[in-house]
Design a protein around this ligand. Structure first.
Ligand SMILES: [Zn+2]
Length: 218
């Protein structure tokens, strides 16, 4: 039963599984991303509103954190080598920062399914309003995506370990335009073979335990 109240003034939206949404956050605001049903990867990109050429960069983040993973307390770094987000909370701890967003070629070339919905176009759609080209949609962080890397360097593809209600909280360290795409991959493991909804919420202060219970409501 979902009768929790959401914080006043929050930007709060359920993103339908397989589709994309865009939103903005100001420096100092918090972005909570909730896997509402579990086992759902969500591709995420961000651009600085002050300079759209400065983008969230998994590559710079891996270098700064000296890890292919990030942890609570780490920062996610921009292409100008500046902290763009701080990871404030993370109930999962497994996210992918190694592979591109699924795009039309992923389905057409790898699976023989042209015209399949895909994260690249899902994220471009809401970012178009900033006047960027689809080629300027940056490399994503794939939140909750589970791409284990073994000791011999092999990269696996499997389902997320996230359960319904797991979440990630990021503090924006600059004004950003973001896009989130609960990945439409339904051909191979990656989303438990069932594509489901996610929620994002932008708040002025860190979400309380009460807020987080409200955000988990489907
Ligand atoms: Zn995808």
């Amino acid at each position: 039963m979902c009768n929790h109240t959401h914080p006043a003034g929050a930007t709060n939206e359920v993103v339908p599984g397989g589709f994309g949404r865009g939103f903005e956050a100001k420096a100092g605001q918090y972005i909570t991303i909730v896997d509402l049903h579990g086992e759902q990867a969500g591709d995420f990109v961000a651009l600085s509103l002050a300079d759209l050429d400065e983008v969230l960069s998994p590559t710079h983040t891996r270098r700064t954190n000296r890890s292919i993973y990030f942890r609570k307390g780490d920062c996610l770094i921009s292409s100008e080598n500046r902290p763009m987000f701080e990871v404030v909370e993370d109930t999962v701890g497994i996210h992918d920062a190694n592979v591109p967003a699924c795009d039309p070629t992923r389905y057409a070339v790898d699976f023989g399914v042209p015209g399949h919905r895909n994260c690249l176009e899902n994220m471009y759609e809401p970012l178009k309003r900033y006047g960027i080209d689809i080629l300027q949609v940056p490399e994503p962080f794939n939140f909750f995506q589970n791409g284990p890397v073994s000791e011999d360097g092999k990269m696996g593809v499997t389902d997320p370990i996230s359960r319904a209600g797991d979440y990630l909280v990021l503090k924006a360290l600059m004004d950003v335009a973001c896009a989130l795409s609960p990945c439409p991959q339904d051909i191979i493991p990656g989303n438990g073979l069932v594509v489901t909804d996610m929620r994002y919420v932008v708040t002025d202060s860190a979400p309380t335990a009460h807020d987080l219970e409200a955000f988990k409501c489907r």
